[in-house]
Design a protein around this ligand. Structure first.
Ligand code: SIN
Ligand code: FE
Length: 289
C-alpha cells in the first residue's frame, strides 16, 4: 500500500517553499509530517498541560480570530498564559503555511485555533462526534460550498506520549464506496435547516454529500475495521498538516495537541482538480455548488 504520509525534514517554522512533489502529495490528500519541527513551550506555559485548564463542560480551548478565548478555566493571569500559547501557535502555523505554500497565502481565511488537553482514549461521545472513527471533516452547521479545510497540528505532550492517528484510503475511494448509499440532496430541506438556524448559511449539495460521507464512514463498523488504513504515531515535538476534508483520518490516542484551521478557496489550490469538490462533481456528473 502506498504510504498516506510524506515525511519531511524541515526544522524551522519559517521553512522553505514546498517542492512540487510535496504540494501534489498534500493536495492529493496525504499528510505532510514534520518530525523535526517542534512547537516550543515557554517555561510558564508548562503548567497549562493539564485538563484542569478546561472550563466545566468544555473539551477544547479555542482562540477566535478576534482574539477571544473560549473554554478556559482559571483566573485572568492563567487565561493570559493559555491564550498566549495558543496565539503563538497560530502565528507560527501561519508562518509555516505561508512559507511552504506562498500561492495560498493571500487567500487563506483563519479559523479559530484550538488547544486539546483531554486524553483521547477516555473521551465518551456519540458515534457522530467520535473522531476516533475514520472520517473526513465536514461541519453540519457551517456549510463551506467546497472551500478547503487545511489544518496544522502539533503534539505538545510533555511525557513522550504520541498522538496516534489512523489514516484511511484516498478520498476518491471513500467517495466511490459511500456515494451510492448517500441520501439524495433536497433543496427544500436545506432551506428549512437554514430557516430554523440549524445551518448558518444554505447547505449546498456539496456540503450535504460531505456530511453523508462523514456520517456513513463513522457509522460503518465493518468499514472502520476493514478499510485500508495506516496507523501513524505522531511524537511530541512534531507537526503534521493535511486537508482534513480529504484525508480520511481518526485519532486513536494521545493528549495535548494544538491545532490551527485555515480555509482556502478551491480555485486557489495549485491543482483545483484534486479537490473533494472536483472529485465529487466528476463522480456525480453535476456541479454541486
Ligand atoms: C480530528 O480532526 O478528527 C481530531 C484529530 C485529533 O484530535 O487528533
Ligand atoms: Fe477530523
Amino acid at each position: 500500500m502506498e504510504s498516506l504520509l510524506l515525511l519531511l525534514e524541515l526544522a524551522s517554522w519559517s521553512g522553505a517553499a514546498a517542492q512540487e512533489a510535496w504540494i501534489a502529495a498534500l493536495e492529493g490528500g496525504k499528510v505532510l509530517f514534520f518530525p523535526k519541527l517542534a512547537f516550543e513551550l515557554k517555561e510558564a506555559e508548562l503548567p497549562m498541560l493539564t485538563p484542569a485548564v478546561l472550563a466545566e463542560g468544555s473539551r477544547n480551548i479555542s482562540l477566535g480570530a478576534d482574539g477571544a478565548l473560549k473554554g478556559a478555566a482559571g483566573d485572568a493571569a492563567t487565561q493570559a498564559v493559555v491564550g498566549g500559547m495558543i496565539g503563538r501557535f497560530r502565528e507560527q502555523s501561519q508562518q509555516l503555511i505561508h512559507s511552504l505554500l506562498p500561492q495560498y497565502a493571500p487567500h487563506l481565511r483563519v479559523a479559530p485555533t484550538s488547544f486539546r488537553p483531554m486524553q483521547v482514549e477516555t473521551r465518551s461521545q456519540s458515534w457522530r462526534a467520535d473522531d476516533r472513527r475514520l472520517h473526513v471533516d465536514a461541519f453540519p452547521s457551517r456549510p463551506n460550498r467546497g472551500e478547503r479545510i487545511l489544518r496544522v497540528f502539533a503534539n505538545v505532550n510533555p511525557e513522550g506520549v504520541p498522538r496516534t492517528w489512523r489514516l484511511g484510503e484516498p478520498f476518491e475511494q471513500v467517495a466511490r464506496h459511500f456515494l451510492p448509499r448517500a441520501k439524495p440532496y433536497r433543496p427544500w430541506q436545506a432551506k428549512a435547516l437554514n430557516a430554523v438556524g440549524v445551518t448558518k448559511s444554505l447547505r449546498s449539495e456539496y456540503d450535504h454529500l460531505m456530511l453523508q460521507l462523514h456520517d456513513a464512514m463513522k457509522a460503518d463498523a465493518g468499514y472502520q475495521q476493514g478499510a485500508q488504513q495506516q496507523v501513524v504515531p505522531f511524537p511530541p515535538g512534531s507537526v503534521w498538516i493535511c486537508f482534513s476534508d480529504q484525508a480520511a483520518h481518526a485519532v486513536q490516542s494521545g493528549q495535548y495537541m494544538l491545532e490551527q484551521t485555515l480555509h482556502l478557496p478551491v480555485a486557489k489550490q495549485y491543482n483545483p482538480e484534486s479537490s473533494p469538490l472536483a472529485i465529487l462533481s466528476r463522480l456525480t456528473g453535476r456541479p454541486l455548488v
